[in-house]
Design a protein around this ligand. Structure first.
Ligand code: AMP
Ligand code: MG
Length: 330
């Protein structure tokens, strides 16, 4: 299959909409990471996503929508909380788990009784959703377990020949996957719970709901797709405390990269002559997250066998980054 590289033009978005309506798979930019999109009502098209990614068939896909009218078609028994969150955070990096309607086919949600729904905030994908008026199933556009892509080039490098097209919408602004919140416990008077840490924290979600949200705890949720080994670069990744890496600078091992954000470690790498192995990051959480996957891709491209990552702060705002790093190193 020849994979088309499309651009952010009306003609190309039109072409992508036609591909999707005809059962094709198209990689699309979102504000979080690039997604691999197909018509969520077409089982043959949805199966092409699993084949291209080599993803196990019971790992559910998130369905992307352009309007609350579409949300109501996909779900039943929607709690008021969903509308409060949609009002505050959609379009944006929030996926809500709700009870599914008959419109959701088992190829999409792995046969569960729930569906994950998100209204993404990227002009290209929004245009594509509105133009096609489809429900679009889309996981991240990476081969299973590997790094998620944050540029069209990342997607092209890994999935060229396996998908119909990639739309280049520039680098992703957020850079890590959406927060997933399960709202189904509310029906039993139980608190909503975060299943995947993301840019929106439990504190932010709970402030809008006015009720507690159970915080995310890595690897504890028994959901297909919530796997310990995920987001993995080719180099063996290890997270280590700042002080340990600063000490290691005296005898930094060959073919080992250092992903650092503190001035302390960045200066130590430079002053000991190991600047070539340094991947400097910003200490600002949003900027760090935006750059993370691209940084790991870059280190893989340079062929580092080991990637040592300076342990980020352990505060809630960094939950998503710490979660991705723990799985990348598992
Ligand atoms: P991805 O889109 O590749 O970032 O992965 C989507 C992830 O969302 C899956 O691997 C699941 O962990 C989660 N997910 C999506 N839909 C559901 C659902 N109905 N129930 C539980 N988890 C879900
Ligand atoms: Mg993924």
């Amino acid at each position: 299959m020849n994979t088309l590289l499309l651009n952010n033009t009306a003609n190309d978005i039109d072409h992508a909409a036609t591909l999707l309506k005809n059962g094709g798979v198209v990689a699309v930019p979102t504000e979080t990471v690039y997604g691999l999109a197909a018509d969520a009502s077409d089982p043959v098209a949805v199966n092409k996503i699993f084949t291209a990614k080599q993803r196990p068939n019971n790992h559910p896909l998130i369905v992307h929508i352009h309007s609350l009218a579409q949300l109501e078609q996909l779900t039943v028994d929607v709690p008021q909380a969903a509308f409060l969150l949609a009002n505050a955070f959609w379009p944006g990096p929030l996926t809500m788990l709700l009870n599914k309607s008959d419109a959701v086919i088992e190829e999409v949600n792995g046969g569960l009784t729930t569906v994950g729904v998100r209204m993404p905030d990227h002009p290209v994908l929004r245009a594509l959703l509105m133009q096609s008026d489809l429900f679009v199933a889309a996981p991240s556009a990476n081969p299973h377990k590997q790094l998620s892509p944050t540029t069209a080039q990342h997607v092209f490098n890994e999935l060229q020949g396996k998908i119909d097209a990639v739309i280049d919408g520039g680098p992703c602004n957020v850079g890590v996957e959406s927060t997933i919140i399960d709202l189904t416990p509310l029906a039993q008077q139980q608190p909503a719970r975060i299943l995947r840490a993301g840019p929106l924290t439990a504190t932010m979600l709970s402030a809008v709901l006015g009720t507690p949200v159970i915080n995310y705890q890595a690897h504890q949720q028994q959901v297909p797709g919530n796997i310990a080994q995920h987001y993995q670069p080719k180099g063996k990744l290890r997270v280590a405390p700042t002080a340990e890496l600063v000490t290691m600078c005296q005898q930094w091992p060959d073919s080992t990269a250092c992903v650092a954000y503190s001035d302390n470690l960045i200066n130590a790498m430079h002053s000991t002559g190991h600047g070539h192995a340094l991947m400097p990051m910003q200490a600002d959480k949003a900027k760090y997250a935006r750059a993370l996957y691209a940084a790991l891709y870059d280190l893989d491209r340079q062929g580092f066998a080991h990637i040592w990552v300076e342990q980020p702060p352990q505060s809630e705002a960094w939950d998503d980054v710490n979660d991705r790093l723990s799985r990348a190193g598992a």
